[in-house]
Design a binder for this molecule. Structure first.
Ligand SMILES: Nc1ncnc2c1ncn2[C@@H]1O[C@H](COP(=O)(O)OP(=O)(O)OP(=O)(O)O)[C@@H](O)[C@H]1O
Length: 293
C-alpha cells in the first residue's frame, strides 16, 4: 500500500496554485493520473520520486516512511525504490543499450537482473546499439527496461508513449501491460489519452487545479452514458468544399482525417480551424475489424 498525502504551493501562469492531494495505491494497482495541462500530475510523480519536496504531508510506501514533514524525514531519491519513465526516454547517448541498463545498477545490486530483463523484454538484438541507432519505440522499450533494473516498488510513467505513433503506442501499451502483470508492480501513469487509460489502468484520479476532482474506474470516469445511443467525436475543420447542394468538410479527428457532409446551414457557422462536434445517431453502427490482434 502506498499513501500519498501532500501539499505544495506551485506557481502557475495564472498565479499561485495549491496542490493538495490524498491518494492511496494498493499493491499491484495500475492507476492513471488524468486531467488538464498544469493540474499538477507531473509534480505529484516528482514528489513521490523525491525529485521535488512537498511543503507538507507524508508519503508512506509499504510501511516505510519516504517523506514526513512533521518528523523531518525526506528519503533521498536514490533510496526510494522507484522506476521512472519520461516521455523523452532520457537515455545516455554515449552508452550502448546494455551500458544504459547497467548504469542504472547501484552498488551491491545483483547484475544478473540485466540479462534477465534483456531476455524478458526481448532486447537481445539491440544490446550493442547506441540510442541514435534505435527507433523512438525501441528507445522507449529500453527506457522502460532500465526503470525495472532496480526492482522498484513503484513504476512512475510520465506520458511515456505520447511521442510515438499509433501503432508503436499500441505495441508498447501491450508491453507495459505485460510488464505490469509479470512484475505485479504498483504503477502510476500520467496520460492524456482515455483509450490508453482504458486499456491499461484499473483506476483513475482525475485532477483539476491541484486537487482530485473525481476518482473511479476508467468507465466511471470516461463513459458519460451507460448505453451510448449516439457517438460523439470532437474534430477540427481543415477544409470546406462546396458540392452543391451540400458541403464536404475535411476534419481532423484525433490522428485521423475524415470527410463528412454538412448542410448549408451547418456550413454557415464554420470556417477553417473551427472545432466541431460530430454526432452520429446510429443505434446499429457497422463495425469493421481493422487489424489481426
Ligand atoms: N517546482 C515548482 N515550483 C513552482 N511551480 C511549479 C513547480 N513545478 C511545476 N510548477 C507549476 O505547477 C503547475 C503544474 O505543473 P505540472 O507539470 O505538475 O502539471 P501537469 O498536470 O503535469 O501538466 P501537463 O499535463 O501539461 O504535463 C504548472 O503551472 C507549473 O508551472
Amino acid at each position: 500500500m502506498i499513501e500519498v498525502s501532500i501539499k505544495k504551493e506551485l506557481l502557475s501562469v495564472d498565479g499561485k496554485l495549491e496542490l493538495s492531494i490524498d491518494m492511496n495505491f494498493e499493491d499491484g494497482e495500475f492507476v492513471a493520473l488524468f486531467g488538464e495541462s498544469g493540474a499538477g500530475k507531473t509534480t505529484i510523480l516528482r514528489m513521490i520520486a523525491g525529485l521535488e519536496v512537498p511543503d507538507s504531508g507524508r508519503i508512506v510506501v509499504k510501511n516505510q516512511v519516504w517523506f514526513d514533514s512533521q518528523k523531518n524525514i525526506n528519503l533521498h531519491p536514490s533510496k526510494r525504490k522507484i522506476g521512472f519513465v519520461f516521455q523523452d526516454y532520457a537515455l545516455f547517448p554515449n552508452m550502448t543499450v546494455k551500458e544504459n541498463l547497467t548504469f542504472a545498477l547501484q552498488k551491491g545490486d545483483d547484475a544478473e537482473i540485466i540479462d534477465e530483463l534483456i531476455e524478458t523484454v526481448g532486447l537481445k538484438e539491440l544490446i550493442n546499439r547506441y540510442p541514435s541507432q534505435l527507433s523512438g519505440g525501441q528507445q522507449q522499450r529500453v527506457a522502460m527496461t532500465r526503470a525495472l533494473v532496480r526492482r522498484p516498488n513503484i513504476l512512475l510513467l510520465d506520458e511515456p508513449l505520447s511521442a510515438l505513433d499509433h501503432t508503436m503506442r499500441h505495441k508498447l501499451q501491450d508491453e507495459l501491460a505485460k510488464i505490469h502483470k509479470q512484475f505485479n508492480l504498483t504503477t502510476i501513469l500520467v496520460s492524456h489519452d482515455p483509450s490508453e487509460i482504458f486499456r491499461l489502468c484499473n483506476r483513475v484520479y482525475q485532477l483539476e487545479s491541484g486537487v482530485v476532482k473525481k476518482e473511479g474506474s476508467p468507465s466511471e470516469i470516461f463513459v458519460k452514458e451507460k448505453i451510448s445511443g449516439s457517438f460523439k467525436f470532437v474534430g477540427e475543420v481543415l477544409a470546406i468544399e462546396s458540392c452543391k447542394p451540400v458541403y464536404l468538410l475535411t476534419v481532423a479527428v484525433g490522428t485521423q482525417i475524415v470527410k463528412i457532409m454538412a448542410t448549408e446551414s451547418e456550413r454557415e457557422e464554420l470556417h477553417i480551424g473551427s472545432r466541431i462536434q460530430i454526432v452520429s445517431k446510429a443505434f446499429h453502427p457497422m463495425i469493421f475489424k481493422i487489424d489481426s490482434t
